[in-house]
Design a protein around this ligand. Structure first.
Ligand SMILES: Cc1ncc(COP(=O)(O)O)c(C=O)c1O
Length: 431
């Protein structure tokens, strides 16, 4: 059965972010089931889910409360349109979300993936200024190394050359800046009349390899944006729902944005759902007579899918019931202490951590400042070693990411650290 599925996969499927020529040479792992922090393949081998199934899983796989919420919802309806109709799971979820997001955010616009939630934020901010009569405010500020998704709008505000440069002919121009406050301020002073919004991954750039922003940077940005009438969009698609140790990363610096994007962990990692939240101020600018054409012209077939909303509601219930964020704090410390040992390896450069988001940078030999090249594919080699040892990891170039489910037990966390350490040592010929 395994062989048959592998053959059919190779015959019919094109995988995301994957060099298919390599894929065709390898034996793909075929996932069969999941339980808590583990994934099982069709041959029955079990693996720790070290990256929460691409940063989405929160309370573990096959969580009873979420499973039940889905079964209950299935008895009612799996999907109905959100264009011109509404439903209970989406309404109740919106109410719950508004209770937990930074103050000031008051409206929820649903979609179905993180890229789209950013796309919506960009369109929303541009249209907001149009309704305010500020027709020149059409540009955006974004940051080097930022990642906001793979659709054309979100790629336009993406700063990772490997992923984004190729598509330049399709992209709109924006202001791309580094994390330099002085430079940011001077661009804003000079160009604010043309700038609709600034978009940022708060505190930590995930896909760039878990790069941390300078302490207090987000707070400084907030006040600049307020002073110069630029909307602040925080993309919490990766950081949201506890991943940084607080429910949302903005909370670390007491910042409340004008627009906030969430996705990934919103359903506990069960189903595709995202949301773009905003303030009453932004929302009211879209109110008017039908003929005024102030409607926000955006929506998807699966916007606010009832099953996904039911899963998200259950996800939030678990946060309360199991005190997920309280339980997480000692595990964040355990992770930090465990990572300290990694510096013993000469192939480990910087280790970056914010809560349960970790990036371990691999270098050839830090004693002589020798770096790996992207083409060395060292991250991929480490992942292969980890798989042999029973953990699923996914690298970002030469950075090994650790982002286990928030519910991982302390014992499994220790195991994950051990496997990661051994895999790095083995792949880099280190000890
Ligand atoms: C910060 C951030 N924004 C947006 C996205 C895109 O989300 P999706 O893959 O659901 O489109 C990601 C995905 O990794 C992300 O990390």
């Amino acid at each position: 059965m395994n062989k048959r599925l592998q053959r059919l996969d190779k015959k019919y499927i094109w995988h995301p972010f994957t060099q298919m020529q390599d894929w065709l040479r390898e034996e793909p792992l075929i996932v069969r089931e999941g339980k808590s922090s583990y994934i099982f393949d069709t041959a029955g081998k079990k693996y720790l889910d070290g990256v929460s199934s691409l940063w989405v899983n929160v309370h573990g796989h096959r969580k009873k409360i979420i499973d039940k919420a889905l079964r209950d919802q299935l008895k009612l309806i799996a999907h109905s349109t959100f264009l011109g109709l509404t439903h209970k799971p989406a309404i109740e979820l919106a109410e719950e979300l508004i209770k937990i997001v930074p103050s000031g955010l008051a409206k929820v616009f649903y979609s179905d993936n993180g890229s789209t939630s950013v796309e919506i934020a960009l369109k929303m901010s541009l249209q907001y200024w149009l309704h305010k009569g500020r027709h020149k405010k059409t540009k955006f500020i974004y940051f080097e190394n930022s990642y906001h998704g793979d659709t054309i709008g979100s790629v336009s505000v993406g700063g990772i050359d490997l992923f984004h440069r190729l598509y330049r002919p399709l992209l709109f121009k924006s202001y791309r800046l580094s994390f330099s406050y002085a430079r940011l301020k001077s661009v804003i002073i000079k160009h604010h009349r043309n700038i609709a919004a600034l978009v940022i991954e708060p505190l930590i750039q995930g896909a760039a390899g878990m790069r941390l922003a300078p302490h207090g940077f987000l707070r400084e940005i907030r006040s600049l944006c307020l002073r110069y009438q630029i909307l602040l969009i925080t993309d919490e698609v990766a950081t949201g729902f506890g991943r940084t140790g607080k429910m949302f990363a903005c909370e670390h610096e007491g910042v409340s944005p004008d627009i906030m994007c969430v996705g990934k962990g919103i359903t506990g990692g069960y189903l595709p759902l995202a949301a773009t939240l905003t303030t009453n101020r932004v929302y009211s600018a879209f109110l008017g007579k039908y003929k005024d054409k102030k409607t926000f012209f955006h929506g998807h077939s699966y916007t606010a899918n009832p099953l996904a909303c039911a899963a998200a509601l259950a996800n939030l219930k678990i946060f309360k019931k199991e005190k997920t964020l309280v339980e997480l704090q000692p595990k964040i410390d355990q992770l930090r202490r465990g990572l300290e040992g990694f510096y013993k390896l000469k192939s480990v450069g910087e280790v970056r951590q914010l809560g349960f988001m970790v990036g371990i940078e691999l270098v050839k030999d830090k004693r002589i400042n020798a770096a790996y090249l992207q083409d060395d594919k060292i991250g991929i080699e480490v992942v292969k070693e980890a798989r042999r040892r029973g953990a699923i990891l996914r690298p970002l170039g030469n950075v090994i990411v650790l982002m286990p489910p928030l519910s991982i037990s302390s014992v499994d966390l220790r195991k994950l650290l051990k496997i990661t350490y051994q895999s790095i040592a083995a792949a880099t010929n280190n000890s």
